[in-house]
Design a protein around this ligand. Structure first.
Ligand SMILES: NC(=O)c1ccc[n+]([C@@H]2O[C@H](COP(=O)([O-])OP(=O)(O)OC[C@H]3O[C@@H](n4cnc5c(N)ncnc54)[C@H](OP(=O)(O)O)[C@@H]3O)[C@@H](O)[C@H]2O)c1
Length: 260
């Protein structure tokens, strides 16, 4: 679409990630009217630097209604790679309303020398793969995926989350660490070592904010039971905030024409 000089296009960023925050910051002060949408999972979300709306839309239909009602020109899906439902809803809503859509999606982390990763489908797969022998397990998967671990009460779990796990996990041994990323490799090395962790359950989130545990696990020789990434909807996606800004500039007719 070509936007007239006195019209600022409306951008809706589906957020809840570091990249969404960074994109909102990059667009502040530029000729866009930007809103970030959060699901409302954390009690006190990080400052986004632009207006924020909070809570589900009511499925793809609800999101489509929102896009129409707010004359959204560009929809950016910058949600977490494991937030599968909202990403597919975004695809449907964008198609229904003919809204231009872009994914801002972190590339996968790749296992390198010294990494010992076990691929698992999800929490139930991780429970099976952890086995019967009691382990000291760092669960780095988010509060919604914890319940299946109640079926393996022999392990001692260490759970890090932004908000308290409420109710606590129904297992005899669980320790809770309240913290908000980004984390450091030195900090995670200390956390894993001082608690004698011998297994990690994680998502392949990509990006830098939570990579510290992967690097620390490599240094300490700790295996990681890694959730498989969910499928992604079929719309264009970029890997970096800079590329997303470039895409918006081009799509809004603000950028230097390609090839010049
Ligand atoms: N999954 C993770 O591992 C993870 C990790 C870090 C951050 N996050 C962030 O946490 C949020 C929720 O993740 P999830 O995995 O629970 O999502 P999900 O399973 O894909 O979505 C479940 C429902 O939550 C609502 N929702 C999700 N993201 C939303 C957003 N940005 N704005 C408004 N509504 C949203 C939608 O409700 P309606 O159908 O009612 O619209 C959606 O159908 C996302 O913003 C995501 O970026 C997720």
């Amino acid at each position: 679409m070509l936007v007239l000089p006195d019209m600022k296009p409306n951008v809706l960023i589906l957020g809840g990630t570091t990249e969404a925050r960074e994109l909102a910051a990059a667009l502040a002060g530029r000729p866009f009217v930007t809103t970030v949408s959060l699901a409302g999972r954390t009690v006190a979300p990080a400052e986004q630097g632009v207006p924020v709306r909070v809570g589900g839309f009511g499925g793809a239909e609800g999101l489509a209604d929102y896009l129409r009602a707010n004359s959204v020109d560009f929809l950016i899906d910058a949600t977490h790679p494991y937030a599968e439902t909202i990403s597919f809803n975004a695809a449907k809503a964008a198609a229904q309303t003919a809204t231009a859509i872009l994914g801002l999606r972190r590339p996968l982390w790749q296992a390198g020398d010294g990494d010992f990763w076990v691929d698992v489908a999800g929490p139930e797969g991780a429970v099976r793969a952890l086995g019967r022998t009691a382990r000291r397990v760092f669960l780095a998967v988010g509060r919604q995926e914890l319940n299946p671990f109640c079926n393996a009460p022999q392990h001692h779990y260490f759970i890090r989350s932004v908000d308290p796990v409420d109710p606590p996990l129904a297992v005899p041994n669980a320790s809770y660490i309240l913290a908000r990323g980004p984390f450091t490799e030195a900090g995670d090395h200390e956390l894993l070592q001082s608690n004698a962790i011998n297994a990690i359950v994680a998502k392949n989130s990509g990006g830098t904010a939570t990579y510290s545990k992967i690097a620390a696990a490599r240094a300490l020789g700790i295996p990681i039971f890694m959730f498989k990434r969910p499928p992604v909807p079929d719309y264009p996606a970029v890997a970096t905030v800079a590329e997303a800004v470039d895409w918006l500039d081009q799509a809004a007719g603000l950028g230097v024409p390609r090839g010049v």
